[in-house]
Design a protein around this ligand. Structure first.
Ligand code: B12
Length: 227
């Protein structure tokens, strides 16, 4: 609910709570309208930090879109429009990301496995790792195992982030780890997996070093493992 308060000059202004801003951001994504998302981002950016806007507002809205899609209330074109609107919102916030003063020496290659075109979450993870001081090479979506390995070799990476958003493509994470072992790279490259169907126990089962549920956790886990 909006509340009235007074600014420095005694003029009445409307204030909005954090929860209301999250809801406005989330509702804007569910509306699938880019303009509405950009307006909600503009309103929230004075009150909330960029990662908070993304994780608790925009990403929450995208999850709601997923639920509505599953229930047959929204269809694929809506999901595509919501995804585009989400990307526009995230792009708008790139310059607001808190930059880390310390430059980490670690290099991270991050990508979505072959057969999987979902890349919104993975790109958020890349952006947040980058602004936390890591040198990040985002190799995109639908990425063959060989491309993961080639980029890791080329950049002498210390960590690989592997995203998969579908139960049918989750296996791709295991394939990247197997390829690292075959190439004799496993000991020098930490593996972090993520994406909605991944879990801690899946990460353990396939021999990954860690699983992170969201971008904030990904940054914390990368720091724990690499710094
Ligand atoms: C947006 C979306 C799309 C968009 C993707 C646009 C894009 N550029 O990414 C479009 C419309 C293209 C799409 C297509 C399809 N989709 Co889709 N899609 C979604 C949806 C609604 C949201 C995904 C999303 O962006 N979430 C928001 C982001 C911020 O969250 P996130 O991705 O989970 O990322 C966070 C974490 O997971 C984590 N994370 C993510 N990656 C990584 C990586 C690392 C290293 C780490 C540490 C963490 C991490 O951090 C992120 C930030 O917090 C989901 C439903 C859902 N609830 O997930 C379905 C969903 C994933 N899609 C699904 C399906 C089936 C499809 C299609 C096959 C549909 C079709 N019938 O054609 C195609 C797939 C084609 C293909 N080969 O890949 C299913 C998958 C079901 C399954 N088998 O598991 C879902 C679950 C919907 C459903 N319930 O049916 N989709």
């Amino acid at each position: 609910m909006n509340r009235w308060s007074q600014d420095l000059y005694g003029k009445e202004v409307v204030t909005t709570t954090k929860e209301e801003l999250y809801k406005e951001l989330s509702d804007a994504i569910v509306s699938c309208k880019k303009d509405q998302v950009l307006a909600a981002v503009e309103k929230a950016r004075g009150e909330l930090e960029a990662p908070d806007i993304i994780e608790n507002g925009l990403a929450a809205g995208m999850n709601e879109v997923g639920t509505l899609f599953e229930r047959g209330k929204l269809f694929l074109p809506h999901v595509m429009m919501a995804a585009e609107a989400m990307q526009a919102g995230v792009d708008e916030l790139k310059d607001d990301m808190p930059e880390s003063s310390e430059k980490a020496a670690s290099v991270i290659v991050n990508g979505t496995v072959e057969g999987d075109v979902h890349d919104i979450g993975k790109s958020i993870v890349s952006t947040m790792l980058q602004t936390s001081g890591f040198e990040v090479y985002d190799i995109g979506r639908d990425t063959p195992v060989a491309d993961f390995i080639a980029k890791i070799k080329e950049t002498d990476a210390n960590m690989v982030g592997i995203s998969a958003l579908m139960t049918t493509t989750l296996q791709g994470q295991k394939e990247v780890i197997e390829a690292l072992e075959e190439e004799g790279l496993r000991d020098k490259v930490k593996v972090m997996v993520g994406g909605a169907p991944a879990t801690n126990s899946w990460a353990k089962k396939i021999g990954a070093d860690c699983y992170a549920e969201n971008a904030t956790e990904a940054v914390n886990k990368a720091k724990e493992l690499l710094l």
